[in-house]
Design a protein around this ligand. Structure first.
Ligand code: C2E
Ligand code: MG
Ligand code: MG
Ligand code: MG
Length: 293
């Protein structure tokens, strides 16, 4: 990264690297302020059980109401910066608190098997404070652990750290579910599927995109569904954008699905309304789509 300068023995940094460094610091300051001023909030993307059309869960996705930005900021614009520093630990804790609080509020209007999913980074997984926070939040909110699922990505296995693997076991021991997010998009082997207990595989969005016109993608999705079934895991397809994709997943007996076709990520109040409206009565035609009319 540093460029040696001839025979002088001095090392200089290029202006481009300095700028990048400044930018990281500026972004970090912004995230710190956002944490202090409570500018992060959650939107929720519903998940549907394909055999029945029931809404059986929702995934919490973090958003940033940044006063310095014209629009609401998506994770892609700040999670990478947060992951390069330790700020991701703070963000993941705030997200977990907010998600569990909301999940507990939804208990009276949802079925017992309605599960809220929360993403966390590999850094948080390996951080004792995150686990302590998890126990505390479950206790404070009274949320049954079975109503919560944590989503991790294959990256935590690649690092192959004992910390991460112990943390996964601890999470599952207290009855919180574990999903492997973005399955199939990484570089890791299947070995960890034999060694670690998970509850769910989430088929990466890249296999859904263009599924209609790709026999190969169709076969891969079939393969992942079969793999999950044989391991006793549930399987969720993410990124379902049209009816053809949904029909394929239903025909292949995929367990559940989420995506823009069924619903965009929505604000908490709206999901509450849908939970109330859908209780026990769904018309066949639109059982997979959210509509309050
Ligand atoms: P993810 O966990 O795989 O979340 C799914 C992403 O796909 C979300 O983007 C969602 O809005 C988007 N999506 C859902 N359905 C569709 C669809 O049909 N088509 C397309 N094209 N996209 C769809 P989002 O909210 O921007 O989140 C991106 C990533 O940021 C997440 O991927 C997750 O890895 C990360 N993330 C989100 N919230 C948190 C958090 O609280 N903590 C951490 N550590 N990471 C988070
Ligand atoms: Mg996720
Ligand atoms: Mg995902
Ligand atoms: Mg993804």
């Amino acid at each position: 990264v540093a460029k040696a300068e001839g025979r002088s023995g001095f090392v200089t940094f290029s202006p481009a690297i300095l700028n990048q460094f400044d930018m990281q610091l500026g972004e970090e300051a912004g995230i710190k302020r956002a944490l202090n001023c409570d500018e992060f909030f959650l939107v929720w993307q519903p998940q549907f059980e394909l055999a029945t059309g029931r809404m059986t869960g929702a995934e919490a996705l973090v958003r940033w109401r940044d006063p310095a930005a014209a629009a609401i900021r998506l994770p892609v614009s700040f999670i990478p910066t947060a992951e390069r520093s330790d700020l991701i630990l703070e963000i993941d804790k705030v997200v977990l608190s907010k998600a569990c609080l909301q999940a507990a509020r939804w208990m009276p209007v949802s079925a017992d098997d309605f599960v809220c999913s929360v993403n966390l980074s590999g850094k948080s997984l390996q951080n004792d404070a995150y686990f302590a926070h998890l126990l505390l939040v479950l206790q404070q909110t009274g949320l049954p652990p079975s109503r919560l699922q944590l989503e991790i990505t294959e990256g935590v296995f690649i690092q192959n750290s004992r910390n991460a693997l112990n943390a996964l076991a601890e999470i599952r021991n207290i009855g919180v579910g574990l999903a492997l997010d973005d399955f199939g998009s990484g570089y890791s082997s299947f070995g960890y599927l034999a060694d670690f207990n998970l509850d769910q595989l989430k088929i990466d969005r890249s296999f859904l995109s263009g599924l209609e016109s790709s026999k190969k993608k169709q076969n891969i999705v079939r393969g992942i569904i079969a793999l999950a079934n044989s391991l006793g895991l549930t399987v969720v397809a993410e990124g379902v954008e049209n009816e053809t994709q949904l029909d394929f997943l239903i025909a292949e007996r995929c367990h559940s699905a989420q995506g823009f076709f069924m619903s965009q990520p929505i604000e908490e109040n709206l999901l509450t309304k849908h939970l109330i409206a859908r209780q026990g009565r769904m018309k066949d035609a639109d059982k997979f789509r959210l509509s309050l009319s």
